[in-house]
Design a binder for this molecule. Sequence first.
Ligand SMILES: [Zn+2]
Ligand SMILES: [Zn+2]
Length: 197
Amino acid sequence: MDILTPKIVDITAEGLSLSGDLTGDELGLADTDVSIRGTVAIGLDLRAIERTFYVTGVVEGTAIRQCVRCLKDFDDPLAFSLRVVYEREPKAPVSASKRDDGRKKKTATPPEVEQDEPNDDLYYFTGDQLELAPMLREQLILASPMHPLCSEECRGLCARCGKDLNEGPCHCAVDQTGSPFQVLRTMQEKLRESGSR
Ligand SMILES: [Zn+2]
Ligand SMILES: [Zn+2]
């Protein structure tokens, strides 16, 4: 079975476990989304309660990110858990929902599953299988830091000459007060001066 397109008939209340290693291409990740080194390991548990499919799982791998300070690519360990819900697209064609009419049982409340938790992202499906790739792609993007740093201590680039200060001080640092705060302050003053005129 394809891990990314499980058939809903295979997802029962007992659950269906899926796991595999997937490339960024298989997950539909564009270069602008997240770059994956090699593959990501994905382990998912799917459970059907009534007509709702609960998906929990973990994603582990290595992302290649660009440091916002020094602009270098670096390997960023990736590990997060996800918890989402799939429901049939409200206006599904009649033919698609016929299949499992036999076990329709609308009145029962799902046992021991917290419904509608705010952190359960909701996805829709049509037809007879779930499309997990768009969900995984979105979760991978959501799990990405807004401002990736190769290291908390990254010194970044010199605002003046562009040298990577992790590799050592540049000549500007000798001439000037080397502190990045000084550079920032000077920039702010310049901005303020030009703004007030
Ligand atoms: Zn950096
Ligand atoms: Zn410099």
